[in-house]
Write a protein of this length. Structure first.
Length: 65
């Protein structure tokens, strides 16, 4: 999985976009809604809200770091 950004003019718009992404992909990722949003970070930039999903680091990547 790759990092994904959800941008909105309001927090609700950004969250709705993130929620739509999770709903479309939750079976493939195997993440619950709580797990998905636990891997997200919220930032504010240029009058926009950005929710960034940072996927989990896999076991092979954890040992290499």
């Amino acid at each position: 999985m790759q990092r994904v950004e959800f941008v909105g003019k309001t927090p609700q718009e950004a969250k709705r976009r993130a929620l739509n992404h999770w709903y479309s992909n939750h079976r493939a990722t195997g993440l619950s809604l709580a797990q998905f949003f636990g891997l997200c970070r919220v930032t504010h930039a240029r009058e926009q809200v950005v929710i960034t999903f940072h996927p989990q680091v896999g076991p092979a990547q954890r040992t290499a770091a």
